[in-house]
Ligand binder design. Structure first.
Ligand SMILES: Cc1cc2nc3c(=O)[nH]c(=O)nc-3n(C[C@H](O)[C@H](O)[C@H](O)COP(=O)(O)O)c2cc1C
Length: 172
C-alpha cells in the first residue's frame, strides 16, 4: 500500500513517530517531511497520514515557529525550521479522496490539540478519515518521547493498515 506519512518536526519527536507509524503500516509506507512530500507524491499515494507538534495549544503555525526561533529556550537544541509548517502544507495540499489519518505530538492531556485540526483540514480537502486522530506524548517541552510511544505508533500503523484494507471503498 503506497502510503505517505508526512510530518513537521522541530526536534525530531514527530519525525520519529512518523517513522514508527510507517513501519507499522508496512511495505510501501514512507515517512517524509513537509518539504519532501510534494503534491505529485501525494497524488500517487493510496493512503495519506499527516502529523505535527502542538505548540501554544494549537497546531503549529508560522507565528509559533517565529516565536520559537526568536526566543530559543536556553539549553534546548536548535529547532529544525528547514521544512514548512504542516499548516502551510495542508493549505497547499491538492484535494483528494484516498483514506487519511492524523496525529500530533504533545506534552500531554488537555493542553490543546493538533491532530483533530489536521484531520479536519484533510477532510475539507476530500480525504476520508479512517480512524480517530491520535496524540503521542513527549515527556519534556522538546522531548524525548515518553517510553512506549514509538511502540504505540507502530501498533497504530498496523491498525491503520487494517482500517484501510477493510474500508468499504478503496479509492485506488
Ligand atoms: C514553545 C512551545 C510551546 C509548546 N506548547 C505546547 C502546548 O500548548 N501543548 C502541548 O501539549 N505541548 C506543547 N509543547 C510541546 C511540543 O508539543 C513538543 O515540543 C513537540 O512534541 C515536539 O515535537 P517535534 O520534536 O517533532 O518538534 C510546546 C513546546 C514548545 C517548545
Amino acid at each position: 500500500m503506497k502510503t505517505l506519512v508526512v510530518y513537521e518536526s522541530l526536534w525530531g519527536n514527530t519525525a520519529a513517530i512518523a517513522r514508527s507509524i510507517a513501519q507499522g503500516i508496512g511495505p510501501g509506507a514512507r515517512a517524509m517531511s513537509t518539504a519532501e512530500a510534494t503534491n505529485e507524491l501525494v497524488e500517487e499515494a493510496d493512503f495519506l497520514v499527516a502529523g505535527a507538534p502542538v505548540f501554544a495549544f494549537h497546531l503549529s503555525s508560522d507565528r509559533a515557529r517565529q516565536d520559537i526561533a526568536a526566543h530559543p529556550d536556553p539549553g534546548a537544541p536548535p529547532p529544525d525550521l528547514s521544512h514548512p509548517s504542516l499548516r502551510d502544507w495542508l493549505d497547499a495540499l491538492t484535494p483528494g479522496s484516498v483514506p487519511c489519518a492524523a496525529f500530533d505530538t504533545e506534552v500531554r492531556g488537555p493542553f490543546g490539540k493538533g491532530a483533530p485540526a489536521i484531520a479536519e483540514a484533510l477532510q475539507e480537502k476530500g480525504y476520508r478519515l479512517v480512524d480517530e486522530p491520535q496524540g503521542f506524548i513527549v515527556s519534556g517541552k522538546h522531548g524525548p518521547l515518553r517510553d512506549g510511544e514509538r511502540e504505540r505508533a507502530v501498533h497504530w500503523g498496523e491498525h491503520l493498515r487494517q482500517c484501510v484494507e477493510q474500508a468499504p471503498e478503496r479509492a485506488r
